[in-house]
Design a protein around this ligand. Structure first.
Ligand code: 9MR
Length: 364
């Protein structure tokens, strides 16, 4: 890490830092870190998914996250499998460490995630009835959200609700929650979060909604139907998170994405970009060419978004190529490391970094 790396945070004042934990809602994660009256105050807040293990073992990573992010989100530490491994056992150490890290460094922090089909501990498969599933879901939400009330002002309450190729809003992905409770688990989770922390911003987070093709059109259509269904039933929800795990090879459907965003705005919901990265497994090996294609893909996506709405935040799913989920599923055939994130494995900013900077400055 060199001193010449751009700094997000040199502007932070004592006052803003002190306010970070007492403010609530979007204000806490978005506004509190903006220095009022300075040029920086117009920037869209930037954040990254972080790993507690790497924060503890890698001082350069720790310092770079602290310096370059306005907010963080735990990549796994608040998921059920990590935080609630047994029915009668919660383990908060890693999540607490991230909340403490955020507090010490005057960063915002988002919570991820409360109702998802993934990362569920084995014991949840034993939930035998609707009543038992609802009791455990609500109990988990009350326990976790109340623990972090005042510290975590924004939650990905619902993650990835739709099946890959949905018919309509009732095409919800199978999980113990869906299997026992049906689509009703969405209102149950959202209401439980709202009643535990009335100030929390509640987000429904979804992926694969930006591409061209019938499957992605079906996903956009079903997502809108789902949002309307929630709205018609007065279910609390404040924002939609577009994950934005982008593939450079897949064409972004600019019109489709923009009309989705316009519908979301018409429903008076905010938009966050929650997990941006560019999956590069099928891109050319040459680093310069690959980095340029990755950056161009993100620019195409952010360009389309920012013409319609100003996202409340832009988060990437990791900050540095040193720590990324991408090779778990999308290893390159040539054996070269993936480069999906704004900084390379040595923490050097890449063209993707500049693209994010550019769009953080754009006003819609
Ligand atoms: O990056 C995360 C990886 O380390 C975990 O193993 C995995 C399962 O918990 O989840 C990954 O994060 C996912 C996120 O929670 C939801 N959207 C897709 C992300 C990448 O797979």
């Amino acid at each position: 890490m060199t001193m010449s790396l751009p700094s997000r945070r040199k502007f932070l004042t004592q006052t803003a830092a002190g306010l970070a934990l007492s403010l609530s809602g979007a204000a806490a994660f978005a506004e509190s870190r903006r220095p009022l009256g300075s040029a920086e105050s117009t920037l869209i807040p930037y954040g990254a998914a972080v790993r507690a293990g790497a924060l503890a073992s890698d001082p350069t990573y720790r310092a770079t996250i602290a310096r370059m992010c306005d907010m963080i989100v735990p990549e796994g530490e608040m998921k059920w499998s990590d935080i609630h491994p047994k029915r009668d056992e919660y383990r908060f150490e890693n999540a607490d460490a991230l909340v403490d890290f955020a507090r010490q460094n005057h960063l915002g922090i988002r919570g991820h995630t409360l109702a998802w089909y993934g990362a569920l501990p084995a014991w949840t498969s034993e939930l035998a009835s609707a009543a038992e599933a609802e009791r455990e879901l609500v109990d988990h939400i009350e326990t976790v959200v109340s623990r972090y009330r005042g510290a975590v002002p924004s939650w990905d309450v619902v993650n990835e609700p739709l099946i890959d190729w949905p018919q309509d809003r009732s095409s919800i992905r199978p999980s113990i929650w869906m299997n026992r409770l049906g689509p009703e688990y969405l209102p149950i989770a959202l209401k439980a979060t709202a009643s535990t922390d009335p100030d929390a911003k509640l987000v429904l987070n979804e992926y694969d909604v930006e591409y061209r093709g019938a499957r992605f059109e079906a996903r956009r259509r079903s997502l809108i139907q789902l949002l309307r269904w929630l709205r018609d039933r007065d279910v609390p929800l404040h924002a939609v998170g577009l994950q934005a795990h982008l593939f450079a090879g897949r064409g972004i459907d600019r019109d489709g994405l923009q009309s989705l965003l316009a519908e979301i705005v018409a429903l008076k919901l905010d938009v966050l970009i929650t997990e941006l990265d560019v999956i590069d497994f099928d891109l050319p090996g040459k680093i310069k060419e690959r980095d340029a294609l990755v950056a161009a893909t993100a620019a195409e996506f952010l360009g389309a978004c920012c013409e319609v709405v100003r996202p409340k935040a832009i988060l990437t799913w990791g900050l540095t190529d040193r720590y990324t989920w991408v090779p778990t599923y999308f290893k390159r055939a040539d054996g070269m490391p993936n480069r999906p994130l704004p900084l390379d494995a040595e923490f050097k900013p890449k063209p993707l970094f500049d693209v994010i900077e550019e769009y953080r400055r754009k006003l819609t």
